[in-house]
Every structure is written in C-alpha cells, then in structure tokens.
Design a protein. Structure first.
Length: 299
C-alpha cells in the first residue's frame, strides 16, 4: 500500500494543533520514500510509531521523492515548510547528488526530477503507477522486498581490468562544493521556518572490498554511455559526499546522525545496493528514534 495525504507526501494529514505534537518532516530521495515498502513499513512511519510509544505525540511526514537531489529538496521545502511548520526536518541525502558527477547534461541543466517538487502527477509517475499492477502480476518475485537474493542478480561482474572509473578532479571538487552549499542553504531555510535541521549520512551495501572492486550494482544514475563504475568506485564517491556532509554539520553546528556507520553492509538490510528492505527500514527507524530521544536533541 502506497498512499499520500493532501500535500502529496506519505503519512497522515499534518496535525492542526502543533503545540503538543512532535512534528517531523523526512526529506530525501528513494531511500526516504521507501517506495517498495508498505506505508506502515517505511522508516518515517516507524519512527512516528516508536516516538509515540515513548510517550511522545508524534507526526512524521515522508516527503522523500525518488531521484530528487539536494537541488530539488530546496524547492520542496519552500512548498512544505509553511504548510506543515514542523519542529524538525530529517534529511537523508547525498545519494542522488552523485549522479551529477557522471552526467554532464544533468550537472549543467539540472534533472527533471528536481523540478517536480511535491507534484505527484507528472506523466512519468502517472504511467508508472498505472502500469505497476501489471508489472507485479507479470513478475511478482521482482517486487518482493523481503526476499533473500543469493544469486545476486543485480550484481554485474565488470570486465577484467576495469575496477573503477575516476571522475575528473575539477568536476569532483566543484560538485562537492555545490553539495555543501546546498546543505547550508537547506539548513538556513529550515531554521528560517523555526524548525531544526537534522542531517543523516547515506548507508549503502557498497564498500571498498575486493568483491566490489570487480562488481557493479544497478548504478543507473552513475553509468553513462560506455562508462562503468565498480561498486568500490561508487562507494568512494558516496563516502566523499558523506564526509562533506559531516564537515558542514561540524562547521555549522548542525545536528547530524552518521547513519552510514550504524547500518551493516549486509543483504539482511538492503533489497538492492542502496534501498532498505523491511528489516533495514526497521533498523534505520530504531537508530533514528534513539537519536531523537537523546536529551541533547532538545526536541
């Protein structure tokens, strides 16, 4: 079940009386949206339930959108923050910003998924939602998020000798600089709306292991034309983005949860190379809830 409220985001309608409710907004890409998980299995919903069980009246809106980068998050916040007025905004970001390293048109002109903001009525989304039931009937196993994948059908062995694909150093430097500026702007926008920004690093199944030096996952947002990236190469760039986020949080005194360090790199928690399965969503929600309940957060 995937449902949205009147604002186009997952979750119940925002509370009308916010004084006695811990209202949070979760912002990010598909790892926040949890598209292939049921409404009640997505980690933002689970965080809401666990905060409520801890004697906090809570509401958590899930504004994650597949493919959206920190460029698009800014426009989304300008729409949602005045309407919701949350106490804090949880950012799980970075994964979709990496695509700008390998795709020059998107880097220079932007990505259309950043322009849709909260709109759920784009032609692509409409067609996808219309066709999804037929796709599931045709191949139901491919849509199971609780299955084990011993054959690793989404891991592709790279040709011998191709273990990485380095990005031009100037492109990388400019991209990381832009990402950090976007994070600062997001933080300032949240604070200007009397809310607290909380950033989280992005977990992934990838690592610098020998296995991932010779294998690549889907990488649809990194592979371009005849360029191929190993899992280890992708991890190198994701780690740079995570470190860039941690640096901004440190220099700007922004609360940050290093979520990447808390989620094991195991198929027990991911149904592909980046997205959380049911167990992964449960672990993510546990980790975030414990972080939020720390008295230092002053929520």
């Amino acid at each position: 079940m995937y449902s949205t409220n009147r604002l186009g985001i997952r979750g119940a309608e925002p509370p009308s009386n916010r004084d006695n409710i811990l209202s949070l907004l979760a912002v990010g890409g598909s790892t926040t949206q949890c598209y292939w998980l049921d409404d009640q299995q997505a980690w933002p919903y689970l965080v809401q339930q666990k905060l409520t069980r801890a004697d906090h009246r809570a509401w958590v809106g899930n504004a994650g959108m597949s493919g959206q980068s920190s460029r698009g998050h800014f426009f989304l916040l300008n729409e949602l923050l005045p309407a919701i007025r949350p106490r804090a905004v949880l950012f799980l970001v970075g994964m979709n910003d990496i695509k700008f390293l390998a795709r020059q048109p998107e880097r220079n002109q932007g990505d259309s998924r950043d322009l849709y903001a909260t709109s759920r009525s784009s032609l692509g989304n409409s067609l996808f939602r219309f066709l999804m039931p037929a796709m599931i009937l045709f191949d139901p196993e491919s849509f199971r998020t609780d299955r084990n994948l011993p054959s690793k059908p989404y891991h592709h062995e790279l040709p011998r000798g191709l273990v990485a694909n380095d990005i031009d150093s100037e492109i990388l430097s400019n991209a990381l600089h832009e990402y950090q500026e976007n994070l600062r702007n997001l933080s300032q926008t949240v604070k200007a709306n009397s809310a607290k920004p909380i950033f989280m690093t992005q977990p992934s199944l990838y690592s610098a292991s020998s296995y991932w030096e010779h294998h690549a996952g889907p990488g649809f947002f990194m592979d371009h034309q005849d360029r191929r990236f190993s899992g280890a190469a992708f991890w190198k760039y994701l780690d740079l983005y995570n470190q860039a986020l941690l640096q901004v949080c440190h220099t700007e005194a922004i609360q940050c949860l290093d979520l990447e360090k808390e989620i094991p790199k195991s198929e027990d928690y991911f149904y592909d190379d980046q997205h959380f399965n049911i167990a992964g969503s449960e672990l993510v929600s546990d980790t975030i809830t414990q972080f939020l309940l720390n008295p230092k957060q002053h929520l």
